[in-house]
Design a binder for this molecule. Sequence first.
Ligand code: NAD
Length: 422
Amino acid sequence: MTTDFSGYYKKTRTERIALIKEFASLTAEQAELLESSSSANSLHIETAEKMIENVVSVYGLPYAIAPNFLINGKEYAVPMVVEEASVVAAASHMAKLCKNTGGFTAKASNPIMIGQIQLAKVKNFETAKHKILEKKTELLILANSFDPLLVKMGGGAKDIEVREVQGKRGNYLVVHLLVDVRDAMGANAVNTMCEKISSNLEEITGGEKRLRILSNLAIHRTVKVSGVWSKEDLGGLEAVERILDAFDFAQNDMFRACTHNKGIMNGISAVTVATGNDWRAIEAGAHAFAARNGNYTTLSWAEKTQEGNLKVSMEIPLAVGIVGGATKVHPLAQLSLKILNIKTASELAEIIACVGLANNVAAVRALAMEGIQEGHMKLHAKNMAVSVGAQGKEIEKIAEEMIKIKQVRMDIAEKLLKEIRK
Ligand code: NAD
């Protein structure tokens, strides 16, 4: 059965929940979690207290669904958690247009994370490096003995690399432990292994252990993704040319590249949060990856196909999990995974990359054509009305008036509220 998501944005919340219930075969109880959710009952305070320290309350954010994603031939409706207007609409709109050309193609690499062990005061780097590599098999067996479950799942420490890092206070021997973390984000798993094998590395090298921690620059755990948008759907050949100019600008200017990548992260972080994953880790990794060749540039690039359509591609590191961290603890994170109907963390990473790409194309298209503000204004105007204290019907009235007179400003909202209440 295929669920018809047309006009999803125009439906009431109850209708939207009914559709997602049908699409994801949710139980009545799972649908009820969406129906009744507020920050108070989607994440119970008792659960929150087990997640972090010094808890005094639970903070809510909007939880939305972006339907229309066709990825590697499979349909997805994607949960997104974000505070910014237009992000969800942009993602689902661009996903719908991409469907017209066959949908997204995405491929995640193996989930290999890097753990770093810093060794100071190593006397002879070449000898030390040689000795470590000689004992590689032993060290890998030792590392794996601390996570038998991960090994049972087909993961575990797979390789060791040795680097020299030159610092101002001295040079360091840095060991990279490459760990296949399967369906976990992997930070705890990798950190534990690094800590456990560090004393052995001291013995082998004669150096002193310092930091033992994973790197968020997950260069071995990336997703490659691409999608095509027809010139007709984008507004004609002229639109394609303008979009290509916008990509060219971003690829060659750090100031623009930063905002270009922010547009990608709008979608990426929203799904990362909705699935209970560590969005700071993803953000840090993405931006470092964008600068990996010494120059900060865009994560995505664009080209014109032979037919004159727009093809956009991207490679991005995406260390997300479906076990561990908050993914299993937060009830809505669990529900997000159910709605996505995924079996592996790699599949989740592929979906997240596609949402990022959809948001990227939507933002660049809008910027290259009518400008970003037009699409933003309706919800922005409502937000502004709420922020000056408008309630109920006042909100719509003030927002509509500000859009009509083309002045969406705080002082105008205040003035209109005063007039209404007179
Ligand atoms: P975790 O330790 O909670 O879970 C991972 C463990 O689950 C594995 O070690 C394995 O023993 C077990 N497991 C069961 N089934 C598995 C499967 N199918 N695939 C893989 N493992 C399976 O979580 P984690 O993913 O190691 O760590 C994630 C947490 O670490 C996040 O909360 C993150 O915020 C936090 N963290 C991040 C950083 C950083 O990004 N720099 C640093 C420290 C901690």
